[in-house]
Design a protein around this ligand. Structure first.
Ligand code: PMP
Length: 426
């Protein structure tokens, strides 16, 4: 029995049953540094999943730690009713980076709340509760965001306040469109969108989509799919919301935002972000052009988003990310890692596909049981990875963006060993 076992029992007795934990013998992480974390028994792991969980740049990044400590020593939180210098500064920087004209930024404490706010804006602006979302999508599990999460296995309730229609385009490896090339796939998805719009009554408020589906298993549509959608949507005044919770801040390597692979007709109307920007501090947010952001007749939505401590973390983290060109690092090291994984994993029987963009790499397996077993086998060898996909059959790799070439190679070697053990390839 591990040191974490008594804590696991306490977790089980006081927290909700649905608060899922990875591993048969769950891990208690006690500290981290760079791309590594340590558990309560002193075991060290290379972290290939923290980037998705919230550690965007590196664990215990000294620049962020210092900024948070300094701010915590002054004032922890005031209220959105007072001026907040760091909130204004971070909003200005994000607005500039967003490419959205006349952009306004509102900070929340999580991605779910950011998407809730985006839905509030879109439904109010358009005076409609009809929303288009993607099949297999994930946008959170609050009362409204479950209503736009296409992956029903993640949905704790079906009593959504929204009327949602689900569009094809998120997943390419399975289903009726699996054999199509990029152009044929895009055309089929656009035809599906037009067909759905023909079935709606009155106006639709918005389409919300992840540029690369995260929880859905790191599946990318062909570049330009959302631009093609946008042409159809814009003709009816329907807003485009890009959920950048997993894809923002350079993670996909090639672009700073995931939507930029679909930018032919300009930026989305609304962008939501969260997770990594705080490098562990709870920051989420919404960016929208002023006309959309200011459609609400309210004096605030939340009093806690944008607290000085989280803003200090966000400012320091964003500076580090930009000054060290971590987007470029995601492109270079992510490219190498993808190549390496394609070489060692793709040929194994039981591996369906190795895919990815930047430091967002998915390894799809034939069975969810194998995926669970590979997580355990990788953990036993000192590597943490994640899992996702509609059936839980995709291994998800999203390391901190500062991953080195040596660490990428080490992780690929461990993962290959774990895969070979589970898939009986030796
Ligand atoms: N959107 C996407 C694309 C996500 O992956 C997630 C979290 N996995 C969320 C929204 C919800 O974010 P949070 O967990 O911060 O509420």
């Amino acid at each position: 029995m591990s040191d974490a076992a008594p804590l696991h029992r306490r977790h089980r007795s006081v927290l909700p049953d649905w608060l899922a934990l990875y591993y048969a013998d769950p891990i208690e992480l006690t500290h981290g540094e760079g791309r590594h974390v340590w558990d309560s028994e002193g075991r060290r792991y290379l972290d290939f999943f923290g980037g998705i969980l919230t550690t965007m740049t590196a664990h215990a990044l000294p620049e962020v730690t210092k900024a948070v400590a300094e701010q915590a020593g002054r004032i922890l939180h005031t209220s959105t009713l007072y001026l907040n210098r760091s909130m204004v500064e971070l909003a200005e920087r994000i607005a500039r980076l967003s490419h959205i004209p006349d952009a306004r930024v509102f900070f929340t404490t999580s991605g779910t709340e950011a998407n809730d706010t985006a839905l509030l804006l879109a439904t109010t602006y358009r005076r409609s509760n009809q929303i288009l979302a993607m099949r297999n999508s994930y946008h959170g599990r609050s009362f409204s965001t479950v209503g736009i999460t296409g992956n029903r296995s993640w949905s704790p309730t079906s009593l959504s306040p929204l009327q949602t229609l689900y569009v094809h385009g998120g997943v390419r490896t399975k289903g009726p469109f699996a054999q199509l090339d990029d152009q044929e796939f895009t055309d089929a998805c656009v035809a599906d969108l037009r067909d759905l719009l023909g079935q709606t009554r009155g106006q639709v408020a918005a389409l919300i989509a992840e540029p690369v589906q995260g929880v859905g298993g790191f599946t990318s549509p062909p570049d330009g799919l959302y631009a093609a959608f946008r042409e159809v949507l814009a003709a009816e005044g329907i807003l485009w919301i890009a959920d950048e919770v997993q894809t923002g801040w350079g993670r996909t390597g090639e672009h700073f935002w995931g939507w930029q692979a679909h930018a032919q007709h300009g930026p989305p109307d609304i962008v939501t972000f969260a997770k990594g920007i705080g490098n562990g501090a709870s920051i989420g947010g919404v960016i929208a052009r002023a006309e959309v952001m200011n459609c609400l007749d309210a004096n605030s939505i939340s009093t806690f988003g944008g607290s000085p401590v989280t803003m200090a973390a966000g400012l320091a983290n964003l500076s580090y990310l930009l000054e060290n060109d971590l987007q470029g690092n995601a492109r270079r090291v992510g490219g190498l890692l993808l190549e390496r994984l394609r070489a060692v994993a793709a040929p194994l029987a039981g591996v369906v596909e190795v895919r990815g963009r930047g430091l967002m790499i998915g390894v799809e397996l034939e069975s969810p049981q194998a995926a669970t077993a590979v997580l355990e086998a990788a953990r036993a060898r000192g590597l943490l990875i994640g899992k996702g996909g509609l059936r839980g059959d995709v291994l998800r790799i999203a390391p901190p963006l500062s991953l080195s070439v040596t660490e990428a190679e080490e992780g690929a070697t461990i993962l290959a060993e774990a895969l070979r053990e589970v898939l009986n390839c030796d």
